[in-house]
Design a binder for this molecule. Sequence first.
Ligand SMILES: Cc1cc2nc3c(=O)[nH]c(=O)nc-3n(C[C@H](O)[C@H](O)[C@H](O)COP(=O)(O)OP(=O)(O)OC[C@H]3O[C@@H](n4cnc5c(N)ncnc54)[C@H](O)[C@@H]3O)c2cc1C
Length: 395
Amino acid sequence: MNIVIAGAGIGGLTAALSLLRTGHKVQVLEQASELLEVGAGVQLSPNCTRVLFELGLGDEMVARSSEPVSKEVRLWNTGQAWKLFDLGPMCREKYGYPYLTIHRAHLHATLLDAVNRLSPAAITLNAKVASCVTNGEGATVTTADGRSFTGDVVVGADGVHSAIRAQLFGNDKPGFSGLVAWRGLIPMAKLPLHLRDAKGVNWIGPGSHVIHYPLSNDGLVNFVGAVERSDWKVESWHEKGSVDECLRDFANWHADVQTLIRSIATPYKWAMMTREPMASWTTGCITLLGDACHPTLPFLAQGAAMAIEDGFMLARALNEYPGQPAQALQKYEAARKERTSRVVRGSNDNARRFHDHSLASETGAAEYVDREWTPARVVERYDWLFRYNVNEAII
Ligand SMILES: Cc1cc2nc3c(=O)[nH]c(=O)nc-3n(C[C@H](O)[C@H](O)[C@H](O)COP(=O)(O)OP(=O)(O)OC[C@H]3O[C@@H](n4cnc5c(N)ncnc54)[C@H](O)[C@@H]3O)c2cc1C
């Protein structure tokens, strides 16, 4: 089949690679004039690395990532630590694939190189998709500068502000979560030794939380700090803030958190929006994937993972229903809806969980952590996510 994909982000490139590997022709339209090294850290849980290994990228991904040995929770003021779960070899043993943390640019570049190796002309830059129609036997997109591209299938992988979603399903209605997130990269050499460990650390506090983890073997630590604030409502990956403003948001937090913030070269801030899961995201021969159809808060660390699973499943559906693109797209959507909706809702729940106001006092915090992070509750929250097998999921 001929497949037109709008958006050369994480999900669009995974779909392109999965489709090219199974013999389809792919045209990816990307609005940017060049694909730059943008973004900061993303976490790739074993449900997601399974897909990347399946696509032949396993060794490259491992080489460009960090593999944390565990995740832990720390309390905002005393710094007390509780182990959340083991990763590293335990994760490989339990789920068959590693848990990796990586710079988004390295993940993106790995996917891009793989697509270019299979089809050097697959990606068209400077192609901002403006509209899209389906006639039952295929679909056509038109770019803002008037070019048309027709395929048997069109896939809107154009991210959280998707033009295709807006045109086909109406403008979404994001609600402000009440949270602003800080994001920054820290050269590991600037940090004391105990903050360089290969661990994912989740600081929890009343009304705010902080997550940090090493990103790769090239010596960077990723920092994300979410704080309850209502004076900043811009949802963007490119808005810069200042170290002083970030420090003000975490005043009175443990000295380790202050050290991390002071070591960020350029902090970025984005307002976190919530959206209800869509009832449907397919019409005729057009479908959506990734943030275009199920954007999520990052508190289960599954944004990139869901886009990657989607891309692979889309190719599986088109292969299992050859010559029936509209039916294949319905099957793909049905296979993805429950899981991705559960991620959106579970991420919203974690926002509340990480910020509970009983964390203000030491005794309240100890009781809260003992209740919320028992091994059984941790398994309940994460095991269904990590065990998912894209090859076995029913289409
Ligand atoms: C610049 C940028 C930086 C990011 N940084 C981080 C980060 O640090 N940490 C993190 O966890 N997540 C980050 N993300 C988000 C993360 O990549 C996504 O949440 C996740 O990977 C889902 O992937 P996706 O393919 O659905 O969307 P994305 O990876 O966001 O890709 C969407 C792509 O579509 C393109 N596009 C948008 N509109 C159009 C259009 N009309 N026509 C053609 N192309 C279009 C965009 O330029 C982009 O390349 C970032 C996203 C972007 C775009």
